[in-house]
Structures are given as C-alpha cells and as structure tokens.
Ligand binder design. Sequence first.
Ligand SMILES: Nc1ccn([C@@H]2O[C@H](COP(=O)(O)OP(=O)(O)OP(=O)(O)O)[C@@H](O)[C@H]2O)c(=O)n1
Ligand SMILES: C[C@](O)(CO)[C@H](O)COP(=O)(O)O
Length: 228
Amino acid sequence: MIHFSVILPAAGRSTRFGGGELKKVFVSLLGQPIWLHSAKRFAARPDVNEVVVVISADDEPYFREQFAEVCQENNIRFVLGGETRTDSIANGIDALTNPGDFIAIHDAARPGIDDAMIDEVFSTAAASGAAILALPVPGTLKRSAADGTIQATVPREGIWEAQTPQVFRRALILEAYEKFRHEPATDDASLVERLGHPIQLVKGALRNLKITTKEDLEVAQKLLSPEV
Ligand SMILES: Nc1ccn([C@@H]2O[C@H](COP(=O)(O)OP(=O)(O)OP(=O)(O)O)[C@@H](O)[C@H]2O)c(=O)n1
Ligand SMILES: C[C@](O)(CO)[C@H](O)COP(=O)(O)O
C-alpha cells in the first residue's frame, strides 16, 4: 500500500474571520472544531501513516488543554507554525517522523473534505507524482483598475481555483521546500511548479470550501449538514 503523510496547517491569524478569542480553526462546526473534521478523517484512513497539525505558539496552551486526548486517541501530533503558511508547512514537513511515499497538505480550515475527494487526489498523485484539488471558475472574471472600475474581463477558460489537499511525492515536495520555502507562495503547488514538475488538477467541490470569513461558516453549516 502507498502511504501518505498529512500536514494540516492551522496556525493562521484568522484575520478575515474577524475578532473573537478563538481562531477560526477551533470554532465549532456541526458539533466539533473545524480542524478536527479533516484531521479525524485523514487519521482514520489506512493509507495515512502520519498526521501532523501545525498550530500557532499563541494557541499551544489552549490546544494542549482542549485536544491532547483526542490527538492521542487519533494518533495526531502537533508542531508550532510560523509567520507565513509556507513557514508553517515547512515546520510540519520537518516534524514528520515516519514520512510516507507522498506528503499531502490540507488546510485545516477546509472541514468539508470527504473520502471520495481524498481517494481521487491521492490516486492521481500516486500515478503522476503531484496532484491538487481545484474547482474550475464558474463565473465571469473581471480585473479591477485602481479606481475600482473594470479594467478588463479575464477569459475563464482553463482557470481553476486551487483547493487542498495538495499531494506530492515526498522527494518532490522536499526539494521544492528546500529551494523555494523563503519565496512568497499562497499554496504548495506554486513551489513545485517552479521545479517544472507537472501537477494534475483534480476537480474538488463546493463543500471543500475554505472557512475564511464568518459567512463561510454559515455556508459550511448548510452545505455540510447531514441530509435530513
Ligand atoms: N502562517 C500561517 C498562515 C495560515 N496557516 C493556515 O493555512 C490555512 C489557510 O490559510 P487562511 O485561510 O488564509 O488562514 P488565516 O491565515 O488564518 O486567514 P487570514 O488570512 O484571514 O488571517 C489555514 O488553515 C491557516 O490556519 C498556517 O498554518 N500558518
Ligand atoms: C492553499 C489555498 O487554500 C488554495 O486556494 C489558498 O492559497 C490558501 O490561501 P490563504 O491566503 O492562506 O487562505
């Protein structure tokens, strides 16, 4: 069996989510904290041999108090993150003790991932070396001018919005982070692209949305509620 190590970046500041003492990844959704939805799902898979969640140092006391038991029960470890998402994931990679053939990186702020999507992106990565979930952009795209008016309409053919998991052969992601971890990037595929290795796009789903704002939380509650 091919094994996957999973890194869950959860060390962001939740700025766009707005105030409140809790970071968004610890806010409850359908009865459990947002981060636990995906963490438990990955940890339960026989092809996942390691799950590392990356938290901010500020959150460590809270995390230890609230989640030590569930982490032990589910064999989830945590490590401290960094200033940028890339720093956090680099710390997650460094913390792997039993790295699998592939490394999967999934935003802890995406609770709606399901096993069908994981199966698809894992198998595609296993066949090609690199794959990410993404959604073709459905609407019409506009580029704005400095004064807020429309500068141009951007053709949407071939335009996708990246999601996660982003899954890479271990040597590939290690090389990308070794070479480019200090360059700005908002996702991991951006770093691997710089190596020139092809990355397969695998269609994700609306339910795999990233919880960025409080409105996203309301949408997720509707999208992810069990069918009545
Ligand atoms: N330094 C960082 C920044 C982000 N993340 C994680 O990367 C995922 C996607 O980031 P985003 O949605 O932007 O989260 P925040 O950075 O918290 O959001 P904001 O930009 O609104 O502060 C989240 O699970 C977030 O916790 C991280 O681990 N370390
Ligand atoms: C990785 C990602 O979720 C793909 O869309 C996105 O780039 C994360 O960006 P953020 O600014 O850290 O939310």
